[in-house]
Design a protein around this ligand. Structure first.
Ligand code: HEM
Length: 202
């Protein structure tokens, strides 16, 4: 018989909901800023700038909650990538998602108290949270305080390069979000993972 596992502590669920809402605000305002034209902007330019900046600072503060939560609670251990068997485990999971799942094979890495994420999930969460997210935050903060940006990098404008890095990391995380939402529907039922993020139990 399967028993319920408590895998999503309260602090994590609070961080996650704040992060998700702010991220959606950042996507909407960011896209509006990126594609705004003089004649038409999806959201009024000034409102989009100030909302994007406020949401950006707020998501940065929330990010510290995620980092410290993982540093000082057991949740952090789920993000540790082991070198041994890394590629073969990843390949097994990719094979399962691209074939096994469609012929009702058993999941190769079932969720247990010691293993919350499958190898692919772990790599994508680590990549998103510890690689793309800090890049997006640092480049965003630099754009709020452009006086700290080096004016000229090998003949290119430092501000333009920082903007480019910010947009690439922002788009990267938006793609992560689309994939994340799709994979969240591949639980025991399409909604079971979403319920876990509400009540904490897998
Ligand atoms: C509409 C927005 C979102 C929804 C509905 C959503 C849904 C979920 C669900 C159902 C889970 C639990 C399933 C699992 O363990 O994988 C989860 C976990 C997670 N989500 Fe999201 N998510 C959203 C946005 C985001 C965003 C924007 C990020 C980061 C950029 C993010 C990062 C994470 C991480 C890191 C976890 C694992 C947390 C942990 O257990 O330690 N999510 N999300």
């Amino acid at each position: 018989m399967e028993s319920k596992l408590y895998l999503y502590p309260v602090w994590l669920r609070i961080w996650h909901i704040i992060n998700a809402v702010l991220f959606l605000v950042l996507i909407a305002t960011g896209l509006s800023l990126q594609y705004a034209s003089v004649d038409y902007s999806f959201i009024d330019f000034e409102i989009a700038v100030s909302t994007h900046n406020i949401a950006g600072v707020a998501i940065t503060i929330a990010y510290f909650m995620f980092v410290f939560g993982n540093l000082f609670t057991k949740n952090g251990k789920f993000y540790k990538i082991k070198r041994k068997g890394f590629f073969s485990d990843l390949f097994t999971q990719i094979k399962y998602y691209s074939y096994g799942i469609f012929v009702h094979q058993k999941t190769p890495f079932p969720v247990t108290a010691k293993r919350k994420f499958n190898p692919l999930q772990k790599v994508s969460y680590v990549g998103a949270m510890y690689f793309l997210f800090p890049i997006m935050i640092l480049s965003g903060l630099a754009l709020i305080f452009p006086e700290f940006i080096v004016p000229n990098v090998f003949g290119f404008s430092g501000i333009h390069l920082t903007g480019l890095v910010h947009i690439i990391s922002g788009f990267g995380l938006s793609i992560f979000l689309c994939i994340h939402l799709y994979f969240c529907t591949i639980g025991k039922t399409p909604t079971s993972n979403f319920k876990s993020m509400i009540d904490g139990y897998h």
